[in-house]
Ligand binder design. Sequence first.
Ligand SMILES: [Fe+2]
Length: 300
Amino acid sequence: MTNISGLIISQNSSSKRIINIKIKDQATNELVKLFKNFDLTAIEYKPFTRFTVAKYLDDLTNNELSKYLNDILRDRKTGCFIINPEKITNKTDDIFLVKLSTAITHLIGTPNHDSMAGKFYARFHVKHEDKSDSYLRKAYINLDLHTDGTYVKDVTDWLLMTKIEEMNVEGGESVMLHLDDWEHCKELFNDPIGRENFIWSSPKSKNIDYKVEHPVFFEDNQGLPHISYIDQFPEPQNMKQGQFLQKLSDALEGSKNKIITKLPVGSAIVANNRFWLHGRKPFKKNKKLSRELLRIRGKF
Ligand SMILES: [Fe+2]
Protein backbone atom coordinates (compact mmCIF):
# COMPACT_ATOMS: atom_id res chain seq x y z
CA MET A 1 0.00 0.00 0.00
CA THR A 2 1.09 3.55 -0.71
CA ASN A 3 2.67 5.46 2.16
CA ILE A 4 1.69 9.12 2.46
CA SER A 5 2.53 11.32 5.41
CA GLY A 6 -0.46 12.19 7.61
CA LEU A 7 -2.53 9.26 6.32
CA ILE A 8 -3.19 5.62 7.13
CA ILE A 9 -3.93 3.73 3.92
CA SER A 10 -5.36 0.21 3.72
CA GLN A 11 -7.56 -2.06 1.66
CA ASN A 12 -11.24 -2.10 2.59
CA SER A 13 -12.18 -5.34 4.33
CA SER A 14 -15.17 -5.94 2.05
CA SER A 15 -13.43 -5.31 -1.29
CA LYS A 16 -9.94 -5.04 -2.69
CA ARG A 17 -11.30 -2.46 -5.11
CA ILE A 18 -12.01 0.05 -2.31
CA ILE A 19 -9.15 1.88 -0.56
CA ASN A 20 -9.55 3.14 3.01
CA ILE A 21 -7.80 6.40 3.79
CA LYS A 22 -7.71 7.67 7.36
CA ILE A 23 -6.46 11.16 8.16
CA LYS A 24 -4.27 10.87 11.24
CA ASP A 25 -5.25 12.83 14.35
CA GLN A 26 -2.41 15.31 14.07
CA ALA A 27 -3.22 16.12 10.44
CA THR A 28 -6.93 16.35 11.29
CA ASN A 29 -6.19 18.84 14.09
CA GLU A 30 -4.12 20.91 11.67
CA LEU A 31 -6.99 20.88 9.19
CA VAL A 32 -9.49 21.92 11.86
CA LYS A 33 -7.31 24.98 12.52
CA LEU A 34 -6.72 25.83 8.87
CA PHE A 35 -10.37 25.41 7.86
CA LYS A 36 -11.30 28.04 10.48
CA ASN A 37 -9.79 30.66 8.12
CA PHE A 38 -12.99 30.50 6.08
CA ASP A 39 -16.62 30.19 7.09
CA LEU A 40 -19.20 28.27 5.09
CA THR A 41 -20.53 31.41 3.44
CA ALA A 42 -17.11 32.09 1.94
CA ILE A 43 -16.90 28.50 0.72
CA GLU A 44 -20.35 28.78 -0.85
CA TYR A 45 -19.99 32.25 -2.37
CA LYS A 46 -16.37 32.21 -3.55
CA PRO A 47 -15.51 29.28 -5.81
CA PHE A 48 -11.77 29.97 -5.54
CA THR A 49 -11.87 29.55 -1.74
CA ARG A 50 -12.88 25.92 -2.30
CA PHE A 51 -9.54 25.38 -4.00
CA THR A 52 -7.79 27.08 -1.09
CA VAL A 53 -9.20 24.57 1.40
CA ALA A 54 -8.28 21.78 -1.02
CA LYS A 55 -4.71 23.04 -1.08
CA TYR A 56 -4.60 22.98 2.75
CA LEU A 57 -5.43 19.30 2.61
CA ASP A 58 -2.93 18.53 -0.13
CA ASP A 59 -0.13 20.50 1.57
CA LEU A 60 -0.59 18.40 4.71
CA THR A 61 0.32 15.31 2.68
CA ASN A 62 3.30 16.85 0.84
CA ASN A 63 0.97 17.31 -2.14
CA GLU A 64 0.75 13.56 -2.63
CA LEU A 65 -2.93 13.11 -1.80
CA SER A 66 -4.29 14.81 -4.93
CA LYS A 67 -2.30 12.54 -7.23
CA TYR A 68 -3.18 9.46 -5.19
CA LEU A 69 -6.94 10.16 -5.18
CA ASN A 70 -6.92 10.76 -8.93
CA ASP A 71 -4.96 7.57 -9.53
CA ILE A 72 -7.45 5.52 -7.50
CA LEU A 73 -10.52 7.00 -9.20
CA ARG A 74 -9.18 6.57 -12.73
CA ASP A 75 -7.84 3.06 -12.15
CA ARG A 76 -10.37 0.54 -13.49
CA LYS A 77 -9.24 -2.03 -10.88
CA THR A 78 -10.15 0.25 -7.95
CA GLY A 79 -12.07 3.45 -8.74
CA CYS A 80 -13.32 3.94 -5.17
CA PHE A 81 -12.06 5.13 -1.79
CA ILE A 82 -13.43 5.87 1.66
CA ILE A 83 -11.79 8.76 3.49
CA ASN A 84 -12.35 9.94 7.04
CA PRO A 85 -10.63 11.47 10.05
CA GLU A 86 -9.04 8.79 12.23
CA LYS A 87 -11.15 9.97 15.18
CA ILE A 88 -14.44 11.83 15.16
CA THR A 89 -14.56 14.48 17.90
CA ASN A 90 -16.61 17.59 18.58
CA LYS A 91 -14.10 19.48 16.41
CA THR A 92 -14.82 17.34 13.36
CA ASP A 93 -18.41 18.60 13.31
CA ASP A 94 -20.77 19.03 10.36
CA ILE A 95 -19.15 22.30 9.24
CA PHE A 96 -15.74 20.64 9.27
CA LEU A 97 -17.11 17.74 7.22
CA VAL A 98 -18.61 20.07 4.61
CA LYS A 99 -15.20 21.75 4.28
CA LEU A 100 -13.37 18.44 4.18
CA SER A 101 -15.72 17.13 1.47
CA THR A 102 -15.20 20.38 -0.46
CA ALA A 103 -11.43 19.96 -0.17
CA ILE A 104 -11.48 16.33 -1.33
CA THR A 105 -13.64 17.04 -4.37
CA HIS A 106 -11.51 20.01 -5.42
CA LEU A 107 -8.46 17.77 -5.46
CA ILE A 108 -10.30 15.51 -7.91
CA GLY A 109 -11.95 17.98 -10.28
CA THR A 110 -14.78 20.48 -10.48
CA PRO A 111 -18.14 19.86 -8.79
CA ASN A 112 -21.34 20.30 -10.78
CA HIS A 113 -24.09 22.64 -9.68
CA ASP A 114 -26.54 20.56 -7.61
CA SER A 115 -29.96 21.79 -8.73
CA MET A 116 -31.75 20.12 -5.82
CA ALA A 117 -29.77 22.27 -3.36
CA GLY A 118 -28.99 25.28 -5.55
CA LYS A 119 -25.26 25.10 -4.84
CA PHE A 120 -22.27 22.85 -5.46
CA TYR A 121 -23.18 20.45 -2.65
CA ALA A 122 -26.40 19.10 -1.21
CA ARG A 123 -27.11 18.19 2.40
CA PHE A 124 -30.24 16.16 3.03
CA HIS A 125 -31.87 13.97 5.68
CA VAL A 126 -33.33 10.51 5.51
CA LYS A 127 -36.02 10.18 8.20
CA HIS A 128 -38.89 7.95 9.26
CA GLU A 129 -41.47 10.03 7.41
CA ASP A 130 -41.03 11.23 3.87
CA LYS A 131 -43.23 13.00 1.37
CA SER A 132 -40.64 13.44 -1.37
CA ASP A 133 -40.98 12.24 -4.93
CA SER A 134 -37.92 10.01 -5.30
CA TYR A 135 -36.41 6.96 -3.63
CA LEU A 136 -33.48 9.00 -2.29
CA ARG A 137 -35.21 9.81 1.00
CA LYS A 138 -37.49 6.78 1.34
CA ALA A 139 -35.92 5.07 4.34
CA TYR A 140 -37.73 1.76 4.20
CA ILE A 141 -37.43 1.03 0.52
CA ASN A 142 -34.33 -0.33 -1.19
CA LEU A 143 -32.50 2.38 -3.13
CA ASP A 144 -31.60 0.30 -6.18
CA LEU A 145 -28.17 0.29 -7.77
CA HIS A 146 -27.69 3.28 -10.04
CA THR A 147 -25.24 5.92 -11.21
CA ASP A 148 -25.69 9.66 -10.61
CA GLY A 149 -26.28 12.42 -13.12
CA THR A 150 -28.31 10.25 -15.51
CA TYR A 151 -30.88 13.01 -16.13
CA VAL A 152 -28.64 16.09 -16.33
CA LYS A 153 -26.55 17.57 -19.11
CA ASP A 154 -23.47 17.87 -16.91
CA VAL A 155 -20.75 15.25 -17.16
CA THR A 156 -20.68 13.21 -13.94
CA ASP A 157 -17.36 11.40 -13.72
CA TRP A 158 -17.37 10.87 -9.96
CA LEU A 159 -19.49 11.30 -6.88
CA LEU A 160 -18.82 11.82 -3.19
CA MET A 161 -21.22 10.90 -0.41
CA THR A 162 -20.40 11.93 3.15
CA LYS A 163 -22.25 10.64 6.17
CA ILE A 164 -22.51 13.73 8.38
CA GLU A 165 -24.58 12.27 11.19
CA GLU A 166 -26.92 9.45 12.07
CA MET A 167 -29.16 8.52 14.99
CA ASN A 168 -31.29 5.47 15.73
CA VAL A 169 -30.12 3.79 12.58
CA GLU A 170 -30.15 0.08 11.88
CA GLY A 171 -29.74 -1.10 8.30
CA GLY A 172 -29.32 1.47 5.53
CA GLU A 173 -25.93 0.05 4.52
CA SER A 174 -24.24 1.28 1.36
CA VAL A 175 -24.39 -1.12 -1.57
CA MET A 176 -21.74 -0.89 -4.29
CA LEU A 177 -21.20 -2.84 -7.51
CA HIS A 178 -18.24 -2.60 -9.89
CA LEU A 179 -19.16 -3.38 -13.51
CA ASP A 180 -16.28 -5.85 -13.82
CA ASP A 181 -17.68 -7.87 -10.89
CA TRP A 182 -21.19 -7.99 -12.33
CA GLU A 183 -22.16 -11.42 -13.68
CA HIS A 184 -24.45 -10.02 -16.42
CA CYS A 185 -22.30 -7.14 -17.60
CA LYS A 186 -21.09 -8.72 -20.83
CA GLU A 187 -24.53 -9.93 -21.87
CA LEU A 188 -26.25 -6.58 -21.35
CA PHE A 189 -23.32 -4.48 -22.59
CA ASN A 190 -23.49 -6.42 -25.86
CA ASP A 191 -27.27 -6.04 -26.23
CA PRO A 192 -27.88 -3.46 -29.01
CA ILE A 193 -30.82 -1.94 -27.12
CA GLY A 194 -28.45 -0.80 -24.39
CA ARG A 195 -26.64 1.33 -26.98
CA GLU A 196 -29.84 3.03 -28.19
CA ASN A 197 -30.74 6.47 -26.93
CA PHE A 198 -33.16 6.45 -24.01
CA ILE A 199 -35.04 9.51 -22.77
CA TRP A 200 -34.26 10.49 -19.15
CA SER A 201 -36.25 12.94 -17.02
CA SER A 202 -36.62 13.60 -13.30
CA PRO A 203 -39.31 14.45 -10.73
CA LYS A 204 -40.01 18.01 -9.51
CA SER A 205 -37.71 17.98 -6.46
CA LYS A 206 -34.65 17.71 -8.68
CA ASN A 207 -35.39 21.14 -10.25
CA ILE A 208 -34.36 20.04 -13.73
CA ASP A 209 -36.77 21.31 -16.38
CA TYR A 210 -35.40 19.44 -19.39
CA LYS A 211 -34.99 15.86 -20.55
CA VAL A 212 -31.80 14.31 -21.87
CA GLU A 213 -31.14 11.46 -24.26
CA HIS A 214 -28.34 8.95 -23.96
CA PRO A 215 -27.80 5.19 -24.02
CA VAL A 216 -27.40 3.03 -20.91
CA PHE A 217 -24.01 1.67 -21.98
CA PHE A 218 -20.95 3.40 -23.41
CA GLU A 219 -17.43 2.27 -24.22
CA ASP A 220 -14.32 3.84 -22.72
CA ASN A 221 -11.28 4.41 -24.93
CA GLN A 222 -10.24 0.78 -24.40
CA GLY A 223 -13.63 -0.63 -25.27
CA LEU A 224 -14.53 -1.36 -21.64
CA PRO A 225 -18.10 -0.78 -20.48
CA HIS A 226 -19.33 2.40 -18.83
CA ILE A 227 -22.89 2.71 -17.57
CA SER A 228 -25.28 5.60 -16.96
CA TYR A 229 -28.44 4.22 -15.39
CA ILE A 230 -31.03 4.76 -12.67
CA ASP A 231 -34.28 2.83 -12.40
CA GLN A 232 -36.62 5.74 -11.70
CA PHE A 233 -35.86 8.21 -14.47
CA PRO A 234 -35.73 6.60 -17.94
CA GLU A 235 -38.84 6.90 -20.12
CA PRO A 236 -38.95 3.72 -22.21
CA GLN A 237 -40.66 4.45 -25.52
CA ASN A 238 -41.64 0.92 -26.46
CA MET A 239 -41.85 -2.67 -25.27
CA LYS A 240 -38.27 -3.60 -26.15
CA GLN A 241 -36.82 -0.64 -24.22
CA GLY A 242 -39.13 -1.45 -21.30
CA GLN A 243 -38.10 -5.09 -21.27
CA PHE A 244 -34.43 -4.24 -21.55
CA LEU A 245 -34.65 -1.96 -18.52
CA GLN A 246 -36.54 -4.59 -16.51
CA LYS A 247 -33.91 -7.19 -17.35
CA LEU A 248 -31.13 -4.76 -16.45
CA SER A 249 -32.74 -3.85 -13.14
CA ASP A 250 -33.32 -7.51 -12.20
CA ALA A 251 -29.76 -8.44 -13.19
CA LEU A 252 -28.25 -5.64 -11.11
CA GLU A 253 -30.33 -6.26 -8.00
CA GLY A 254 -29.83 -9.99 -8.32
CA SER A 255 -26.04 -9.77 -8.43
CA LYS A 256 -24.20 -11.88 -5.86
CA ASN A 257 -21.17 -9.61 -6.13
CA LYS A 258 -22.62 -6.48 -4.57
CA ILE A 259 -20.44 -5.03 -1.86
CA ILE A 260 -22.38 -4.16 1.27
CA THR A 261 -20.56 -1.82 3.58
CA LYS A 262 -21.41 0.22 6.66
CA LEU A 263 -20.09 3.72 6.22
CA PRO A 264 -18.93 5.17 9.56
CA VAL A 265 -20.16 8.65 10.55
CA GLY A 266 -17.72 11.30 9.34
CA SER A 267 -16.58 9.31 6.34
CA ALA A 268 -16.90 10.05 2.65
CA ILE A 269 -17.15 7.40 -0.04
CA VAL A 270 -15.93 8.59 -3.42
CA ALA A 271 -16.41 6.52 -6.56
CA ASN A 272 -15.90 6.64 -10.29
CA ASN A 273 -19.46 7.12 -11.56
CA ARG A 274 -18.88 5.38 -14.89
CA PHE A 275 -18.04 1.87 -13.76
CA TRP A 276 -19.31 1.81 -10.15
CA LEU A 277 -23.01 1.68 -9.27
CA HIS A 278 -24.28 2.58 -5.80
CA GLY A 279 -27.42 2.03 -3.75
CA ARG A 280 -28.70 1.63 -0.20
CA LYS A 281 -30.37 -1.16 1.76
CA PRO A 282 -33.61 -0.32 3.56
CA PHE A 283 -33.45 0.90 7.16
CA LYS A 284 -35.10 -0.91 10.08
CA LYS A 285 -38.27 0.91 11.11
CA ASN A 286 -37.71 3.51 13.82
CA LYS A 287 -39.74 6.70 14.37
CA LYS A 288 -36.61 8.52 15.57
CA LEU A 289 -34.50 7.43 12.63
CA SER A 290 -32.31 10.20 11.22
CA ARG A 291 -29.36 10.23 8.86
CA GLU A 292 -27.81 13.31 7.31
CA LEU A 293 -25.83 13.03 4.10
CA LEU A 294 -23.86 15.32 1.89
CA ARG A 295 -23.28 14.74 -1.78
CA ILE A 296 -21.09 16.31 -4.43
CA ARG A 297 -20.89 15.17 -8.05
CA GLY A 298 -18.54 16.42 -10.69
CA LYS A 299 -16.15 15.98 -13.55
CA PHE A 300 -12.42 15.32 -13.63
FE1 LIG B 1 -27.04 8.24 -6.14
